[in-house]
Structure formats: structure tokens, C-alpha cells
Design a protein. Structure first.
Lengths: 661, 570
């Protein structure tokens, strides 16, 4: 039975609409003895506390699917059929521990929910047999156990929240991700969903809501960190016949997937945040601008909107109040610049996604010329918990100027790739080493790129910086949307800057000159640094290398100071920050034509360690340029002028005799 | 509001931009993408100034001032930024100034000189682009384009055509017709307003100088030139004269110096157009033809209607445009009169317009040979005169040749928006009442506003008229006509904002103030003409007696009227 079915049974003529009725019933179920039994029953079954058959929850966010969650699910279905077991399969979002996907949770009636990690198709027969046939724990893949509050713990069965990856996190926005069925509004309601909406709509005025958000000090999570409540205040105070609320889900930074995980794992939280925000500013229409590369997020959002409408939580006269709000999804075509708010507005209007100068700010004149508030997914997903628990609770988390939690996406050279939510103010070191598990393969940490292409690369010397907006800015990075790309000693920082310039240069909208032309020239300067003598066609090239280096900072400065939008103004940050912390590496490229990290291929020289070479001739056979000479069973040599750095000799050598410098 | 610019306190009105205030105070701030009548796009960043309070650079064209604001327009940071921007543009520019049509008249060239660019600080790849030479009116050189977007805004916001737009991203961005096709295969109306606003040489007219030189040098050919009304108030600018200087006689003399045998006045054709058009209007009203009737003098407008409202071409007057009428008469009436084979006559129209180049090539305008053989713009004529070493400012004033040299003030005001309508009213009034207006000037439809409407009392009949310039302004009128809701009888449309005085072939660079002065000069000419209504043109009266017979009659239809073609919007 669903909550709405319960409502249909119970409702009488003067009953409030479904959503309000259910939320109130859930809020009061302990006080309201009469209805307790029934709504409690539904609630417990939704929360899997009261089930008659086993429930199997499979992590089917994009990370899970990429690791083969679909095939694992098929295999589980097959096994269940084989053993004639009836069980409920529930796809859930990402719990954050992407490195451990596919994660399968199994809960048998009356027992604890047990989480298994890195489940492959080949594990499924044994997993199902031990857990559901033999009623045992499948220790080989055990991740942890979800203990209810105050439950007695079994020494042999670790609490999932005691694992280092989870222990240091504080989940506010991600509380439901990977835990509940994201496509079931009842699951969200049963865990307190839409209570914040009820509180705001029924008991607070829009000005109260805005004041609460201002008091809480919530700052935009999309990158800029502008106080959300203040922004809402501007829109509220602008008189207009129509206002819009837009959720910016055009997450495009390389290595960032926070918004996707929230939309896939707990879309109702975002929608609830949007409805509250719309109520606060007085918007009757809203858009979720979501990139089309997130098909699963879009599919789940569509379902979420349909369910919210069915429960009367979207549409006309929400919860019986005078407030109406309709929500549409607009798919972005994959332009990075459309994450910039004025470009995003143009895109929704059906125009080419190009930014325009501000002021006027969208809060005054935005979509179709009407006051418009654009908030990032994570910002809006913060709203329900903020309203539910109040500003005072919210300000208890984080630092003086940066309140609440922040989600980071860990990727790159890090053991625990995944999604983490931490209170503002923890250090980068804690995130990377305690939660992220450090660098794999025994290599040394070199830098962490924070804030995507607009951010900066921070070295070991500053990773004790607390993550808050101001501290990160002072060391030359930005909070950004929350991508953390970790790099080890084998990463070349010139190459890193080159990578980001390539990205920005092709994603610039082409409107303003410094960004369009300047980033191209920056990229060319960096490319020249990584060239060897051999690839230089004329003597002038060598001059251009030095000239480029001379003007690199000047150009980066002008791009930063004069570009039209945030994309251009931050475009040079990867260059500026790597120059600040890794200048020696640039100089090695420039003066010595050497890449200290051994990454820039053209600057490498291949050698054969004659003491190790057995003269097997394999390298000479594999060399496409006949650059290796030597007698059979005698030591071989590489003629550098012929070598094209294809790496074939080194890869094929059976004696580790070939090295690179 | 009080603000400070370069440490000087100045007064400023609320809502003004820094650029507006600075210009008023005599402080020059360079601009590239800025266009006076448009909302700023802030895309070129060349106009940045430093906000002293926070050290930030803000675009002066787009940034609204606030009380107590302090800006520096010439700080080291500003100079360095502007210079870098110019250097970046140069790095991606062909730098073939010596062979560029805008050599000496190019904003980028001027900026490079003003900011003392002395080296190629940034060098690298240049954007590749296809030269587009296929249109009979407009040539595009995408490699010279600096992507300021002025042409795009003009084409979309003012002309409502949208033949060009931005395509691709980042360094590969370019301005082009859809799918990078050629201008002549898309719904470009050839108005040339893109050229007018282009600060560099990325857009230019298709040159027609070569066939004219050939005809001049061909002893078999008799070259007959005619000059449009708007050319005589603009050509002087090309030779350093004040905007609005009237140089009619000098042009006639100059053309003779080039070796052109006969010089006629397109104003004669304009007077003739009025006779035919006024007759057609009265006939439509009396016999219940399609109303409103819309003028057909502006070839950009005609093509616009053919592309976007092909169902409404019945509303267009069937009259050829003035220079086409005149060309057709040269090859019939005049050829017969001087006893020369029409094939030996080569008609050159000197026009303020690029769309006339396309118009002259329409197969329906001509019989076995075109009515007009070549069209050159005001700018091209200036180039020809310079090539020929004609010292324009010292030329004497010479009169036009007969019989197509006589004209009235009515023909003259064809050069400015609203002029065709005013000229037609002068004659229609005479036709209906048998006498001229007491005040020959009809001022409600004067001025450079895009939309002007009025009612005229013609012998008790109310004639509702409108004069529109800038094609976007015509959109709602066309929608009304389509829905049969239009109350108008007669509408004049000029594709270019302000009419022919601001045509796509007029001297560059664009400046609205120059356009205003050209308009004043046109009205001054009208006031000083001995005859001010087309029906008083004696040469035309004679033409009807000797050759055409009745306005709108059989001969008139053969020679002076045309038909239109339904085209597709893409």
C-alpha cells in the first residue's frame, strides 16, 4: 500500500490535499493513536522495517551502472529464480563509495541491512546462496552493516558508518543517497521528506523563509559562493507579474559529479528545495536545467515531478495553500558555458548559450526578462534540512563564513574514488588521506585540483588549508562546485594546465575576445613548452617558446581581468596556480627541455641500461623507426635522433633494461 | 548623480553608462562591439575602464553608473588590457591591410595605431574561413571578422532577417549563414546594413567597377549613368567634406571626367515612379484591389517580402524601382530618340544601396538585356574617382543631360525614409482634387523614426498611410495584413533604418549623426527646387505624350512595371 492509497481511504470531504494530509499524518503519527497503526504500517514497510520477504538494494547510480550493476541485477534475478526465492529488488542511487561499486545491500525480514561491495556477476551465485539460502553472512564481499540507532553491535560485523570513508563524513544532503529508493516518493516521505515544505508553506511567510536562509548563512554551492538568502531577497523585492526559479544542473567541470549523484539518488530533496525557494521568491514557474548527458538523472526527475504532482506537492494550490508552482525540465545540449547563469537563461529562451553582461542581474531581469533565481542543485538540496532544523542548527556546522556541509567528488589518483560530504572547514588533507585513503600504488601526493577548470592546483604545502570559500581563495583555488582531482608524482603540471586550457579553449562561447582568443594563445604557449627541438620546424619557434613564457602571466592576467563571464574570468586560474606553486617545473620544460614527471613525451630521452640488457633484440624488432642498434646477445643502444618516443621498446622489454629520463 | 572620471567630478543622469558620460565629457573610450541604438552586449571588452573602488575592470558600454562611482579610463591596467585585446585580435587576423577594402577606414587599424602596437606579441594558429563571394551584393571574408557581433545584431534585431549568426564554439567561433552556406543561398535580403556596421573588412559590397571601366573603354558602348537621390548628399564625405554637403553638380562633372557619355538623374525615375504609383494606388482604391498597397522602391524590402511573406506579394506595387524604370527607358525611349541600337547602351546606376546590385540581375527586370547593366555604390564611385585621379572638391558644378535630367523636389526626397510617401501624397492629392496642396510639405511622416503613420484627407476621403523603415518594424504590419486586420491604404517601406541616406552602400564608418545631416540636406534640396511635385515635371509630361501614353497603360506596363517571385525562407 502507498501513502496515497491510505489517503484515498481516509479522506473525507474537508480533508486537505494528499501531500499535506500525509505529511501531517506522518508528523503526528505517534500522537494520533487512531491512525497510528495503519500509517505506521505503511511507513515501516517503505522503510523496510517491516517486510515479509527479503529486500535487495542495488546501487544503480551512474557509477554502479558503469561497474555493471545492470548485469549484477540480472544475475541476482536468475539466482533468485533458481532457488525459488521471492525477494524485492530495489535500485538505489549512489551511496558515495564509487570505488566499491557495485554495492548490493541485502535485508531479510527482521534482520539487519547488510552491505556488500564490489559485487561482480561471478560473485552473485555465492552471495545469494550464503545470504538467502544458508542465512549466513557472505564475508568475502562484506562492506558493513546498517545498525539502527542504539542497536547492539556485533564485533564481527562492522558498522558501515565506522568505515574511515564514512566515519569522517557528515551527511545532510546525501543522507538518503544510496539508502532509499529514489523513484519512490513514499520512501522520501517516510524519512521526513516534504516536512520542510509543510513547515514553510503553512507556518512561515516567504520573508520568514528568506530570513531563515540568510540567518543560516547558506552560500551558493555552484562555485561563486554568493549568499543564497540575499539573492532570494533581491528577487522577492523586484516587482513583476511573473518570476522564475531555475535549478542549475548543468554540471560540467571535469571530475565533478556531485549534482548527478544527488539527482539520481534523492531527486525529491532537490524538488522540495525548489518548491520552498519558489515560495520564498514568489515564482510560479520553475525549470531544472539538466545536461542531456545525465539521462538517468533526467528520467528520475521526470518520475519525481510526476509523483509530486500526484501527491499535490507540485501544481496548483500546493498543500491547500495559495501557492502554485509548476516545474519543467530543460535539457542542456552539453555546452560548458551554459552553467553560467546568463548563458543558461539564453539557452532556455531558445537562443545560443552566450553570457551577457551583468548588471542587470537575473534576480532583477532574467528569464524572458523576468526576475529569476538560479541556484545550483546542491544549494537547493540544502534547503529542506535547513528549514526543518532551523538556521541555528545549520550555523552549528561549518566555519564562521562558510556554513553547512559541502559535497566533494574525489577522483584521479586516489584510493577511494567517490562522493563525500563533509562539514565546511575540514582540511584537504583529511578529505584526501583520511576519507579518500590517500594515493594508490605507494606513490607520492603531488597536487589536488580543486574547483575544476576554474580552480587551482594546490600542492602538499597548502593541503592543510580548511575547505571554506575564503581560505581556498587565499591559496589560489576556489571552492567551485566540488570536484577534487588528486594527482600523484607522475602528473606533469604543465600538462595539467595544458589539459584545462584545451578544455576551456574549446568550451569558450566565443563571445568576448580575451576568452576566445586569449585562451587559445595560452594553450599554444603551453604546447610549445612541451615540444622538443625536433618538432620545431623553424628557428623562430624556439624564440616563440621564450617569448610565450615571458608573456604568459601578462596574458593570463588580462584574461582574468577583462573577460565577460565567470568562465573567462577564471579560465587562466589553472595556469596562474601551477605557475605559483610549480614554477620550477615550467622552467625545466623551458630551459632544459625536460619534463621532471616524465610525462611530456617529446621531452623524454630513452636509454638502455647496458648492465641489464641481454641482447635479446626484441626492442630493436619492435622499434618502428629502427632507432635501436646492437649485436645479438650484446648490449643495445638507442639513437636519440631517430627515437620517436613511442614507448614500444620499454613496454616490450622483458628485463626492465630500458629507462626514461 | 555625481561620479568621478579620471579624478574629475562630473554630473551624470541615472541609468547612464560610463561610456555615455565619458563621451559627453570629451573623454574618448575605444569601442568595437558597441552600437548606439542597441542594447550593449559587452563582448569586445575594449572599452573597459577601471573602477577605482575595487580595482576591477568593467565594460564602460554596459556598466550603469552609481552615485559616488570613481573610474579611471586611462590607468596602466586599462591601457595594458586594451592593448592586449588589440594584440589578440591582430594575432588572429590576416593582416593584409594593404590589399583590404577598408585600408585607412578600419577600426582595428585605428586602434592598433592609437595603442602603439609595434610587435606581434602573440603568434599562433589563425582561424580559417571560406571566402564567400557568391552573392551579387555582399562579400564575406570570415578571416577578417573580429566577431564583434554588430552585423548579427543588425540582421536580427533591426532587419528581422537572421541570415547570419554565430556558429561553432571557442576559437572556432565564426559569423556565418546557417550551415556555413553562401549568403546567396540563404534568405539574405542584400540590404548591406551588416557592411554599414562592420568595423573591419569582413563584410563588403561586391565590386562592379570592372565592367564599368570596360564599358567606358569600349568605343562601341555608350555609357549612361544615373545618380540616386541619396548619393548626392553623401559622396562628399568620401572626399573630406562635411556630412550633408550637397554635391550634385560635382558628381555630374566627375562622371563625365571618368569618360561616361551621358549623365541622367534617378530623381527623374523617382518622379515617374510617383506618377505610376499614385495612379496605381487610386486605381486599387477605386476598383477594389489589394490594400494596403506597399511601395516597391527598396529592393531589400522586396526580397524580404518574397522570402518571408510570399503570400502577400500581391500587396506590393507593381512599379519597378526608379532606377530600373529609368534604365528601361534609356534602352527604349532614349535609344529610339537618339537612334542608337539599345545593345550599345550601357546603363550604370550609382546607388547608396547593395541590394540594387541583386535587383539589377533579376531576369524579370529587362527584356533581352537587363534594364540596368551595372550598379555601383557611393563608396565604389569614390574609389573609381580616386583611381582616375579626379580632384573631386575642385570640380565645377555641371547640369544633367536631357531628357532624363529634369526632376522635382518630390523625386529628391525619395532618398530619405518617408519621402516616397510624401511625394506620392503630393501627386495623389492633385489627381483627386485637381490642385496642389496648400502646404506642399507633409511633415507627419518625416523624421528618422522607424514607424510613422498618418491620415490624409483627400477630397473628403481619408487615406491612412504609414512609412516604415528598418524591416523589423514592418513585422506587425505584415501580420495584420495577413490576418486581414490592416486599416492602412498605403505603406512605404524602406529596408534600411532612415532610408537610402543610410543605405548599405553609403560612406563608412557608420555614425547616426551623419545620417541625420544627410536627411537635412535632402529636405534642403527639396525646399530649394523650383518644382516640388512629380506631376509638374515637364520632361515626364513630354515622355507620356511622346511614348508611354496613359499612366498604368499598356506601354507603361511593358516598360515600367514588374512582377515578384515567391521565395523560401531558407
Amino acid at each position: 500500500m502507498r501513502f496515497i492509497d491510505y489517503y484515498e481511504q481516509k479522506k473525507s470531504a474537508d480533508e486537505p490535499p494528499a501531500g499535506r494530509f500525509i505529511v501531517e499524518a506522518l508528523e503526528n503519527f505517534s500522537a494520533d493513536q487512531q491512525s497510528e497503526s495503519e500509517i505506521q504500517q505503511v511507513r515501516k514497510s517503505v522503510l523496510l522495517e517491516n517486510i515479509s520477504e527479503p529486500a535487495i538494494l542495488i546501487g544503480m547510480g551512474t557509477c554502479g551502472l558503469a561497474n555493471g550493476a545492470n548485469k549484477v541485477m540480472e544475475a541476482i534475478e536468475k539466482e533468485l529464480e533458481k532457488h525459488q526465492i521471492s525477494a524485492k529488488l530495489i535500485p538505489v542511487g549512489c551511496v558515495g563509495y564509487c570505488a566499491k561499486e557495485v554495492i548490493v545491500d541485502i535485508k531479510r525480514p527482521g534482520e539487519l541491512r547488510i552491505s556488500y561491495a564490489q559485487v561482480k556477476v561471478t560473485d552473485v551465485p555465492a552471495l545469494i546462496e550464503s545470504t538467502l539460502v544458508k542465512n549466513e553472512i557472505y564475508h568475502e564481499k562484506l562492506l558493513g552493516v546498517y545498525y539502527p540507532d542504539g542497536a547492539l553491535m556485533d564485533e564481527n560485523l562492522p558498522d558501515i558508518n565506522s568505515i574511515p570513508f564514512f566515519r569522517n563524513q557528515q551527511k545532510v544532503v546525501l543522507a538518503n543517497c544510496g539508502v532509499i529508493d529514489p523513484e519512490n516518493i513514499d520512501a522520501y516521505l517516510a524519512r521526513g521528506g516534504y516536512q520542510a515544505l509543510h513547515k514553510a508553506l503553512i507556518t512561515q511567510s516567504p520573508d520568514n523563509v528568506i530570513q531563515e536562509v540568510i540567518d543560516a548563512g547558506l552560500r551558493g554551492r555552484g562555485g561563486g559562493g554568493f549568499p543564497a538568502g540575499k539573492k532570494w531577497h533581491f528577487a522577492r523585492n523586484t516587482k513583476a507579474d511573473q518570476k522564475y526559479l531555475i535549478c542549475n544542473a548543468d554540471e560540467g567541470d571535469p571530475g565533478a559529479f556531485m549534482d548527478r549523484a544527488v539527482l539520481e539518488g534523492d531527486p525529491h530533496r532537490v524538488v522540495e528545495g525548489m518548491i520552498i525557494a519558489a515560495y520564498a521568491i514568489g515564482a510560479s514557474e520553475g525549470y531544472v536545467y539538466c545536461r542531456a548527458e545525465y539521462p538517468l538523472a533526467i528520467k528520475r526527475l521526470e518520475k519525481t515531478i510526476a509523483q509530486a504532482k500526484e501527491y499535490g506537492l507540485l501544481g496548483e494550490k500546493i498543500m491547500g495553500s495559495d501557492f502554485s508552482f509548476n516545474l519543467k525540465i530543460k535539457k542542456g545540449a552539453g555546452a560548458f558555458v551554459c552553467g553560467e547563469e546568463t548563458a543558461l537563461i539564453h539557452s532556455i529562451e531558445g537562443k545560443r548559450g552566450m553570457p551577457r553582461p551583468r548588471p542587470p542581474f537575473p534576480a532583477v531581469s532574467g528569464l524572458f526578462g523576468k526576475p529569476t533565481i538560479i541556484n545550483n542543485v546542491e544549494t537547493l538540496a540544502n534547503i529542506p534540512a535547513l528549514i526543518n532544523n532551523g538556521a541555528q542548527w545549520y550555523t552549528g556546522i561549518g566555519t564562521d563564513n562558510s556554513k553547512g556541509t559541502k559535497i566533494f567528488a574525489l577522483s584521479g589518483k586516489i584510493v577511494n574514488t567517490g562522493l563525500v560530504e563533509v562539514p565546511m572547514g575540514v582540511t584537504l588533507r583529511k578529505i584526501i588521506f583520511d576519507i579518500g585513503g590517500g594515493i594508490p600504488d605507494g606513490k607520492k601526493f603531488k597536487a589536488v585540483q580543486i574547483g575544476g577548470p576554474s580552480g587551482g592546483a594546490l600542492p602538499e604545502s597548502v593541503i592543510d588549508t580548511p575547505v571554506d570559500y575564503e581560505s581556498l581563495k587565499s591559496v589560489g583555488a576556489i571552492m567551485g562546485s566540488g570536484g577534487l582531482v588528486v594527482m600523484d608524482e607522475s602528473t606533469c603540471m604543465v600538462d595539467l594546465a595544458k589539459y584545462f586550457m584545451t578544455f576551456i579553449q574549446s568550451e569558450s562561447c566565443g563571445k568576448c575576445i580575451p576568452c576566445r582568443e586569449g585562451t587559445k594563445r595560452l594553450l599554444e604557449i603551453l604546447e610549445r613548452l612541451t615540444h622538443s627541438y625536433k618538432s620545431e620546424r623553424n628557428p623562430e619557434e624556439a624564440l616563440l617558446r621564450f617569448q610565450g613564457m615571458m608573456y604568459l602571466e601578462r596574458l593570463a592576467d588580462v584574461i582574468k581581468n577583462t573577460s565577460l563571464c565567470g568562465l573567462g574570468q577564471t579560465a587562466a586560474n589553472p595556469v596562474i596556480s601551477t605557475l605559483r606553486y610549480f614554477r620550477a617545473e615550467y622552467e625545466a620544460h623551458l630551459y632544459d627541455r625536460k619534463c621532471p614527471s616524465g610525462h611530456c613525451r617529446e621531452l623524454l630521452t630513452y636509454f638502455i641500461d647496458t648492465s641489464k640488457c641481454t641482447g635479446c633484440t626484441l626492442c630493436a624488432i619492435k622499434c618502428p623507426e629502427n632507432a635501436i642498434i646492437g649485436e645479438k646477445k650484446g648490449p643495445h643502444y638507442i639513437i636519440d635522433e631517430r627515437c620517436v618516443r613511442c614507448d614500444q621498446c620499454r613496454v616490450n622489454c622483458n628485463y626492465d633494461a630500458i629507462y626514461v629520463r | 548623480m555625481n561620479i568621478s572620471i579620471n579624478n574629475k567630478n562630473v554630473w551624470a543622469g541615472p541609468g547612464e553608462t560610463i561610456l555615455q558620460v565619458a563621451n559627453r565629457e570629451g573623454i574618448k573610450i575605444p569601442t568595437l562591439c558597441y552600437l548606439k541604438e542597441f542594447s550593449p552586449t559587452g563582448s569586445c571588452r575594449i572599452c573597459v575602464v577601471e573602477n577605482e573602488q575595487n580595482g576591477q575592470l568593467v565594460p564602460s558600454c554596459a556598466f550603469p553608473i552609481y552615485e559616488g562611482m570613481q573610474v579611471q579610463t586611462n590607468s596602466p591596467k586599462v591601457r595594458r588590457s586594451r592593448k592586449t585585446i588589440i594584440e589578440l585580435l591582430i594575432a588572429n587576423h590576416p593582416q593584409d591591410c594593404l590589399v583590404c577594402v577598408r585600408n585607412g577606414n578600419c577600426t582595428l587599424q585605428d586602434l592598433a595605431a592609437e595603442y602603439g602596437v609595434r610587435e606581434h606579441r602573440y603568434r599562433g594558429e589563425r582561424r580559417k574561413g571560406k571566402l564567400d563571394l557568391a552573392s551579387p551584393s555582399i562579400e564575406r571574408d570570415p578571416e577578417k571578422c573580429i566577431l564583434c557581433g554588430r552585423c548579427v545584431r543588425m540582421c536580427h534585431e533591426i532587419q528581422n532577417v537572421g541570415a547570419i549568426d554565430f556558429m561553432n564554439r571557442g576559437f572556432n567561433s565564426q559569423v556565418a549563414p546557417a550551415l556555413d552556406r553562401s549568403l546567396n543561398t540563404v534568405a539574405c535580403v542584400n540590404c548591406g546594413q551588416c557592411i554599414v556596421v562592420c568595423p573591419v573588412g569582413a563584410l563588403r559590397e561586391k565590386s562592379s567597377q570592372k565592367p564599368i571601366w570596360e564599358a567606358i573603354n569600349d568605343p562601341e558602348k555608350i555609357v549612361v549613368a544615373q545618380i540616386a537621390p541619396a548619393v548626392r548628399v553623401a559622396l562628399g564625405e568620401e572626399f573630406g567634406m562635411e556630412p550633408g554637403t550637397i554635391v550634385t553638380g560635382k558628381i555630374v562633372a566627375a562622371l563625365r571626367r571618368l569618360g561616361i557619355e551621358v549623365v541622367f538623374d534617378t530623381n527623374f525615375g523617382a518622379d515617374l515612379t510617383i506618377i505610376e504609383e499614385a495612379s496605381e494606388l487610386l486605381r486599387r482604391i477605386q476598383l477594389g484591389g489589394e490594400l494596403p498597397m506597399i511601395t516597391s522602391c527598396s529592393p531589400g524590402w522586396v526580397k524580404y517580402l518574397e522570402h518571408f511573406y510570399p503570400d502577400l506579394i500581391g500587396h506590393l506595387s507593381s512599379c519597378k524601382s526608379p532606377h530600373e524604370m529609368e534604365g528601361a527607358l534609356v534602352k527604349s525611349y532614349y535609344a529610339k530618340k537618339i537612334g542608337v541600337d539599345p545593345n550599345r547602351l550601357f546603363v550604370v546606376s550609382i546607388m547608396p544601396c547593395t541590394a540594387k546590385k541583386f535587383e539589377a540581375q533579376r531576369p524579370e527586370l529587362g527584356s533581352d538585356q537587363p534594364d540596368v547593366d551595372a550598379v555601383v555604390t557611393t563608396r565604389e564611385l569614390a574609389r573609381m574617382l580616386r583611381t582616375a585621379g579626379v580632384d573631386f572638391s575642385r570640380l565645377p558644378d555641371e547640369p544633367f543631360d536631357d531628357p532624363m535630367g529634369e526632376s522635382t523636389g518630390a523625386g529628391t526626397i525619395f532618398g530619405v525614409a518617408g519621402g516616397v510617401m510624401e511625394a506620392a501624397i503630393r501627386t495623389a492629392r492633385y489627381y483627386l482634387t485637381g490642385h496642389d496642396m496648400d502646404f506642399i510639405e507633409f511633415t507627419p511622416i518625416r523624421g528618422l523614426d522607424g514607424v510613422k503613420a498618418a491620415e490624409v484627407n483627400l477630397n473628403g476621403n481619408i487615406l491612412r498611410v504609414a512609412a516604415i523603415n528598418g524591416l523589423k518594424n514592418m513585422e506587425r504590419f505584415l501580420e495584420d495584413i495577413r490576418e486581414k486586420k490592416s486599416a492602412f491604404h498605403f505603406i512605404e517601406v524602406m529596408a534600411c533604418p532612415g532610408g537610402c541616406i543610410n543605405g548599405g552602400g553609403q560612406p563608412l564608418p557608420y555614425d547616426p549623426e551623419k545620417v541625420r545631416k544627410r536627411a537635412e540636406a535632402i529636405y534642403h534640396l527639396d525646399r530649394t527646387m523650383p518644382k516640388r511635385a512629380s506631376h509638374h515635371n515637364e520632361a515626364i509630361q513630354k515622355l507620356y505624350e511622346e511614348f508611354i501614353g496613359e499612366p498604368g497603360g499598356k506601354t507603361a506596363h511593358q516598360i515600367l512595371h514588374t512582377h515578384y517571385i515567391e521565395r523560401e525562407a531558407f
